[in-house]
Design a protein. Structure first.
Length: 483
């Protein structure tokens, strides 16, 4: 493979030539993980016995049964448990007769599949993590309650405003899959991108690279100092799209990402996809990836990164909290939008992925649907939002909640990156429309194999397009499209 610099003196392909070329290389065969169960079941089972609704009032607009128990299952991940426990205390103060059962776990599917199958799911679920249930399937199987009543209820801080009025742009739309109903409430507001130590970057006498040639130059400079350019969650390579997807959108425009989300034929064969895959493959080919990365999980890769063994890592804004234990006090955490290819990219530097994260759902068959929604209403108050931001170093879906708070380095950098992005914020939907396709097929079997050096970009694109085509033709999958 020739050089992929913008101008080569060795007869190799220039970076823009990569966009124009198309390779037809055979599909290699690799073992893949089975799809995670969607936890959707048509089994009637004995099921939950619905609690009687309470009387609606100014303080209880959703009609919560004040004495009914509430069953809350939380993904115990990067944001920890405390923000949820604090919100539960407020719920219990408001409804002192109610008993809240709180279950934190990292095994969402393992814990909840039997309960969904039995028709007795909990009342509120933080559906996140490696075992995240496929929300597109849950919606298609009518397993979720419509949260419109919550969104139209008065907010806790200002009864003249609805909960809907207090949310950040895009949060409501993300919870919609097909039409007006809102099935998911994304509680965190996540900034995705390339994270790094500003201190380490400064020590290399380098600036964050805006083009791919600049990225390669910075990685080479780091390599000479014994520092890898990149690491990532090798066991969970679906983290790579946090920077790869917005790069594709920057190079080719939003319509490329929309076509991918829509499972359109040949969407993955777009020249922008080929160019960006070639660029990332270059990191592996030139030895700029931390040795052993394919065998690291998210915590191990983050730990190596905080130990300055690698300069860059693709991640979401939860990383500041999740990696806090190993991050030096003077790390000076920063995030940037992905580097592009060059000045001919469709969108400007600063284009990044930011969207709702940490999806909360209320099962349709929950015994206490109103209680689950009310707990979310509590969490969407200014006080709970500020508590979340202060304790986990992340923005929430509540549009505000930062006044009077001293922002941490990563959070401050994330806010600045959002400001720079302006309207150039992209929001790929694969990870919530087609969870198993995104994580196991595209992530693990596709991009993961390429970045481990076991498949070329051309082979990987062909394989991923095949996965997408199979999903598009699968009549057992409910399909969604950008409107």
């Amino acid at each position: 493979m020739g050089s992929t610099s913008a101008h080569t003196n060795e007869g190799g392909l220039g970076r823009r030539d990569l966009i124009k070329r198309s390779a037809a290389i055979g599909l290699i065969s690799v073992p893949t993980m089975g799809f995670l169960s969607a936890c959707a079941s048509s089994s009637s089972g004995d099921g939950n016995e619905k609690v009687e609704k309470g009387a609606k009032s100014e303080k209880n607009p959703l009609g919560v049964n004040e004495g009914a128990a509430l069953d809350f299952v939380l993904f115990d991940g990067g944001f920890g448990q405390q923000y949820a426990k604090d919100a539960i205390k407020i719920y219990e103060q408001n409804y002192p007769k109610a008993k809240v059962k709180f279950t934190p776990t990292q095994k969402i599917t393992t814990v909840l599949q039997p309960r969904f199958n039995g028709g007795n799911p909990p009342d509120l679920i933080d559906n996140s993590g490696a075992e995240q249930m496929d929300m597109g399937v849950l919606v298609g199987q009518k397993q979720l309650a419509d949260l419109t009543a919550l969104l139209d209820a008065p907010s806790i801080d200002d009864p003249k405003k609805t909960v809907r009025d207090t949310l950040r742009p895009g949060i409501v739309e993300m919870g919609q899959f097909d039409g007006a109903p809102v099935w998911v409430l994304y509680y965190a507001y996540t900034v995705y991108g390339v994270w790094y130590s500003q201190k380490l970057l400064d020590s290399l006498d380098a600036k964050y690279p805006e083009t791919w040639d600049e990225m390669l130059a910075v990685c080479e400079k780091a390599k000479k100092k014994g520092i890898a350019g990149w690491t990532y969650a090798g066991k969970h390579p679906y983290y790579l799209p946090f920077s790869l997807y917005p790069m594709i959108g920057k190079v080719g425009g939003r319509e490329v990402l929309d076509a991918i989300d829509n499972l359109e034929p040949k969407a993955w064969e777009h020249p922008a996809v080929k160019a960006c895959f070639e660029a990332y493959y270059e990191l592996q080919r030139k030895g700029y990836i931390l040795k052993g990365t394919p065998g690291l999980d998210h915590i191990q890769s983050q730990t190596a990164w905080t130990e300055n063994k690698a300069l860059f890592i693709p991640n979401g804004s939860w990383v500041e909290n999740e990696a806090a234990k190993t991050m030096p006090a003077d790390f000076d955490l920063a995030v940037s939008a992905p580097s592009g290819l060059d000045a001919s990219d469709k969108l400007p530097f600063g284009t990044m992925w930011a969207s709702g994260g940490e999806p909360f759902i209320v099962p349709a068959k929950a015994a206490n649907v109103e209680g689950g929604m009310e707990q979310l209403r509590v969490m969407l108050s200014e006080a709970s939002s500020k508590n979340f931001t202060q304790s986990v170093k992340s923005l929430s879906a509540y549009n505000g909640g930062t006044d009077g708070i001293e922002l941490t380095p990563g959070l401050k950098s994330g806010v600045a990156a959002l400001k720079k992005a302006g309207q150039n914020v992209v929001n790929p939907r694969l990870q919530d429309w087609y969870v198993a396709l995104q994580k196991e097929k595209i992530g693990v079997a596709g991009i993961g194999e390429m970045m481990a050096g076991r498949a070329t970009p051309a082979e990987t694109i062909k394989k991923i397009q095949k996965f997408a085509d199979e999903a598009a033709k699968d009549q057992n999958i409910k399909h969604y499209k950008h409107q």
